[in-house]
Design a protein around this ligand. Structure first.
Ligand code: HEM
Ligand SMILES: Cc1cc2nc3c(=O)[nH]c(=O)nc-3n(C[C@H](O)[C@H](O)[C@H](O)COP(=O)(O)O)c2cc1C
Length: 485
């Protein structure tokens, strides 16, 4: 197709976009695009490849209705298309002007958040920092860590402290890992590739999101190519987070690809049957729609009204589905987003190798329990779970010392999300490395001050979790947890 012809289709009545050399008619997809119609219309009649690649892997093109691909654009006439604006220009300018503090001055994880605030364009900031409803779940996550205090033991030889452990059978230098976060291309131009390069020196693990900007194969290969075998100590490892799709075949395809690419375990996200109310994001999308004159779209987006036909979320996923997922995967399976003792027990019954207690960083259910309160609930009502599978927690962890609290209560490792997105955005790979270093140093110091030198010495008596215990869930009347299953 001629470039000049593409340029004519630049309205909501007929919207063409060039992506990776092909022309796509996205008119019928406008209302269904989870990123809002406005962002597509801003790129209407143009070559949006550069902007698209910053956010999406080519995988998402599967979401377009059949027949959307109108074929290749005539490259000789591409010049007739206006290039889409570069959102990362603002970042580059700020970094060059030196407004971002020197990396060496980043002392705790909050420093990355402050630096990212300066560098992230407003829609990216809103996407990463966003929370459900009024932010109660996210604030609860942040606050929960401070409800626990340590019970330090003194006069022990702590001259050699080791943070080594194993995660789902894979040696790990650290008992924390980077949580899966989608669309990291919004934070950094090299997206997940820059993130995983930041694991190499420390040997930390990361869980990679289904909705990553870069294809899962490229992410795995990048890490493999950077790893220096003779470095000593455990190697960094990648695990794969799975968002199932409403149809079985595309889900199986993700699983087959993750297996072939060498991911070590599969983390099925179970707390996102639909997208929670991302308040700040909705305001942004509504503003973007108003900016292109669409009041109706703005009104719908701010109420969360969107077609569910092509949404990435799968509202129909059930416990029974874990059987075929487990069979297809054939390796360690973790359920990401367990929030009650009952579901922890069901995960054991389904033969899962792990559960991640998480409320998705406070981005899904309003007033969801923090991971620590679910951890305490499991300890109280079904402690046998800890012997049957590995328990992970995430949400609101900002200090490496707090990792130790979760471990003392029975967790195997803790996931950390936003701080790494902020570090990546402000400082790229060096920021990710620094963020790992900061958390690791805080953890080592806490271990020494609590009086232990290795993670097999962690014990519930090293913490006082009475506040969480006082607030722990109790079954109504004389019910027991068994009677509720
Ligand atoms: C035309 C083909 C496109 C398809 C099929 C598509 C599909 C999707 C899907 C499925 C999501 C949900 C997250 C995910 O599964 O990755 C999403 C989110 C998003 N998309 Fe697209 N997209 C397209 C083009 C674009 C373009 C050209 C841009 C920007 C220039 C864009 C910007 C975004 C943004 C910013 C989000 C995140 C929304 C949020 O959660 O804040 N998309 N898109
Ligand atoms: C920007 C962003 C994107 C996320 N994307 C995903 C995702 O694609 N899949 C998923 O299972 N969880 C996702 N999460 C949730 C994280 O995996 C994790 O549960 C949460 O971020 C932990 O809370 P924290 O950010 O306070 O550390 C995302 C979180 C953020 C902040």
């Amino acid at each position: 197709m001629d470039g000049a012809e593409v340029a004519k289709h630049n309205t909501s009545k007929s919207c063409y976009i060039v992506l990776r050399g092909n022309v796509y008619d996205v008119t019928s997809y406008l209302e269904e695009h989870p990123g809002g119609a406005a962002i597509l219309l801003t790129n209407a009649g143009q070559d949006a490849t550069a902007e698209f690649s910053k956010i999406h892997s080519p995988d998402v093109l599967e979401f377009l209705p059949e027949g959307s691909n109108l074929g290749p654009v005539d490259t000789a006439t591409l010049a007739a298309l206006t290039p889409a604006p570069r959102v990362s220009a603002a970042i580059d300018a700020l970094v060059q002007e030196g407004e971002v503090p020197h990396l060496a001055t980043c002392v705790d994880t909050h420093d990355f958040e402050r630096a990212a605030r300066l560098t992230m364009p407003a829609p990216t900031w809103s996407y990463v920092s966003s929370f459900a409803n009024g932010g109660h779940s996210m604030q609860g996550n942040l606050d929960s860590w401070n409800t626990i205090t340590f019970r330090p033991r003194v006069l022990r030889d702590i001259t050699k402290v080791s943070t080594e452990t194993s995660i789902l059978g894979q040696a790990s230098s650290l008992p924390f890992y980077i949580s899966p976060m989608g669309l990291l291309g919004r934070s950094h131009e090299h997206a997940e590739l820059a993130l995983v390069r930041g694991l190499v020196r420390s040997g930390a693990h990361a869980v990679i999101s289904t909705v990553s900007t870069r294809p899962m194969e490229d992410i795995a290969t990048t890490l493999r190519d950077c790893v220096v075998q003779e470095a000593g100590g455990p190697l960094p490892q990648l695990h794969f987070q799975l968002y199932t799709r409403p149809e079985q075949e595309p889900t199986l395809n993700y699983i087959r690809r993750a297996k072939a690419a060498g991911y070590k375990s599969l983390w099925v996200t179970v707390d996102t049957p639909l997208l929670g109310k991302r308040t700040i994001d909705r305001r942004h999308m509504a503003q973007a729609a108003l900016a292109i004159g669409s009041e109706q779209q703005a009104s719908n987006l701010s109420l969360g009204i969107q077609s569910f036909t092509t949404q990435a979320q799968n509202g129909a996923l059930k416990w029974e589905d874990l059987k075929w997922i487990k069979e297809a995967w054939g390796g360690p399976l973790v359920l990401k987003g367990i929030q009650t003792a009952e579901d922890a027990k069901l995960a054991v019954d389904c033969g899962c190798e792990g559960i991640l207690l998480s409320n998705h960083g406070g981005r899904q259910l309003h007033s969801a329990p923090s991971a620590l309160s679910t951890l305490v609930e499991i300890r109280l009502h079904c402690p046998e779970v800890f012997d049957k599978l590995q328990v992970f927690v995430d949400g609101g962890l900002r200090d490496g010392a707090d990792v130790l609290k979760a471990l003392c209560l029975g967790a195997k490792a803790v996931g950390v999300g936003r701080p790494f997105s902020y570090a990546l955005s402000a400082y790229g790979t060096a920021g990710v490395e620094r963020c790992v270093d900061i958390l690791a140093e805080e953890l080592r110091t806490a271990m020494a001050l609590v009086g232990i030198t290795s993670l097999d010495q962690v014990h519930p008596d090293l913490v006082n979790a009475s506040r969480l215990l006082n607030e722990a869930w109790r079954p109504w009347g004389n019910q027991t947890i068994k009677s509720r299953l």
